[in-house]
Unconditional design. Structure first.
Length: 97
């Protein structure tokens, strides 16, 4: 059997999620909590290798989701250092031993 969702499908879904952030988020407490959940979702997707860490870097560079999306991506990158360092290029393997 084939895959239920391809890597492209997953990345498109996360891109769409980022695209909804600017409209959906305000500065109230409920929105802050939603933002934390979305950051956790991105972190988990990268940690479980459903989403490549490169996606976080690219989407952040392209400013997906506007200021809110960029902040979500920045925080998700900070919470996945072992995955994101490889993307950022400071990948001296000795630091991971």
């Amino acid at each position: 059997g084939g895959c239920l969702a391809t890597e492209v499908d997953v990345q498109l879904g996360f891109s769409r999620l980022l695209g909804t952030l600017n409209q959906a988020m305000s500065s109230d407490e409920a929105s802050k909590l939603q933002q934390e959940h979305i950051i956790s979702l991105f972190r988990g997707a990268v940690e479980h290798e459903l989403l490549p860490a490169e996606f976080l870097a690219s989407a952040r560079r392209l400013r997906f989701g506007g200021p809110v999306g960029v902040e979500v991506l920045r925080r998700a990158q900070r919470q996945t250092p072992m995955h994101s360092r490889r993307v950022w290029g400071s990948g001296d393997e000795r630091q991971f031993r």
